[in-house]
Design a binder for this molecule. Structure first.
Ligand code: FAD
Length: 310
């Protein structure tokens, strides 16, 4: 059995593993895909102390640092269930898709999240070639260019306001008949000179020239009339889905499916902590996930030294 088992090998899980291993305890990391979302990222320019890197390089560096320590890395392993200990201080069980089960005195959940796709032609083809999901990350790449935001909820309107300060013009496309964002955000958006809002608008296609995005085609749902707008970037902002479906029965989740954690990363189950994009901690970013992972490992270690093993 492990002293600490980390489920998920993105920035949060990797940071937790490094912090845990340095305590000299038995540590395992089970991850469906080591590196997590950073594998899918082009340029990373906001990880402090690293001026610029790319996703695959960053993911490889995460793994290299974890491998520097005595950590069991179980890559390509998907967890399907967490079973709490039957007695205080007892072993927790993490059931795996391959039929196996891993046992540990403490578990850190760092399974991350995934952006909801709009599933129109062009989205997959031009991912990272004009199709983006994170305005904090990729907004500056479109400085002085025209962009669109798909989604008129809080994240979409926050993204549009953020982008309007950087890019030349923002087209907001919302499927429903009105923007769902908070009134204060909508008012702020309406005060900006370089934003156009289309409600009742269905995105039909993200168009490109074969190498990068060159526009977006959408349909007015009341008239059926289609329109094509020329632009360089499309931010898809229709939701971030935490990878927590498998936890529903045991771990307390928010209405958005995020694992509810306290300031130290504890969940509702003793010995189970969580960190990164899968939690209620706001602002889903690499530097934040890494910090939260380190914090969860320190909290778990604190739990281990204070809880007599059953
Ligand atoms: P993730 O990176 O999502 O890692 C989750 C891990 O858990 C993975 O190893 C996954 O395989 C594993 N996992 C999931 N479910 C299971 C399961 N059931 N069993 C076992 N393992 C499981 N942030 C920035 O700061 N700067 C950027 O420039 C930036 N650009 C981005 C660009 C793109 C295209 C995307 C998608 C995201 C970007 N982000 C960026 C966000 C950043 O990648 C995330 O905030 C960060 O990766 C979150 O780290 P995490 O460890 O919490 O989760």
């Amino acid at each position: 059995a492990y002293d600490m088992l980390i489920v998920g090998g993105g920035p949060a899980g990797a940071a937790a593993a490094v912090y845990a291993a340095r305590k000299g305890i038995r540590v395992g990391v089970a991850a469906e895909r080591f590196g997590g979302q950073t594998n899918d990222t082009m340029a990373i320019e906001n990880y402090i102390s690293v001026l610029e890197t790319d996703g695959p390089k960053f993911a490889a560096a995460l793994e290299q640092q974890v491998r520097h320590y005595e950590v069991d890395i179980m890559n390509l392993q998907r967890a399907t269930k967490v079973v709490p200990a039957s007695v205080a201080g007892g072993l927790l069980t993490v059931e795996m898709e391959n039929g196996g089960a891993l046992r540990a005195r403490s578990v850190i959940l760092s399974t991350g999240a995934r952006w909801r796709n709009v599933n129109v032609p062009g989205e997959q083809e031009y991912k990272n070639k004009g199709v983006a999901y994170c305005p904090h990350c990729d907004g500056p790449l479109f400085k002085g260019k025209r962009t669109a935001v798909i989604g008129g909820g809080n994240s979409g309107i926050e993204a549009a306001i953020d982008l309007a300060g950087i890019v030349e013009h923002v087209t907001v496309i919302e499927f429903a008949d009105q923007l769902k964002a908070d009134a204060v955000l909508v008012n702020k958006l309406n005060s900006l000179p370089n934003v156009t809002v289309h409600t009742n608008a269905q995105t039909m296609e993200i168009t490109g020239d074969g190498s990068v995005v060159n526009g977006i085609r959408f349909k007015d749902r009341t008239t059926g009339v289609e329109q094509h707008v020329a632009l360089a970037g499309v931010f898809v902002q229709i939701g971030l889905v935490p990878n927590t479906e498998f936890l529903k029965e045991t771990i307390e989740l928010s209405k958005f499916g995020e694992i509810i954690v306290d300031a130290k990363g504890h969940t509702n189950v003793p010995g189970v902590l969580a960190a990164g994009d899968c939690t209620t901690v706001p602002y889903k970013q690499i530097v934040i996930a890494a910090g939260e992972g380190a914090k969860a490992a320190l909290s778990a270690f604190d739990y281990l030294i204070r809880t007599p093993a059953a």
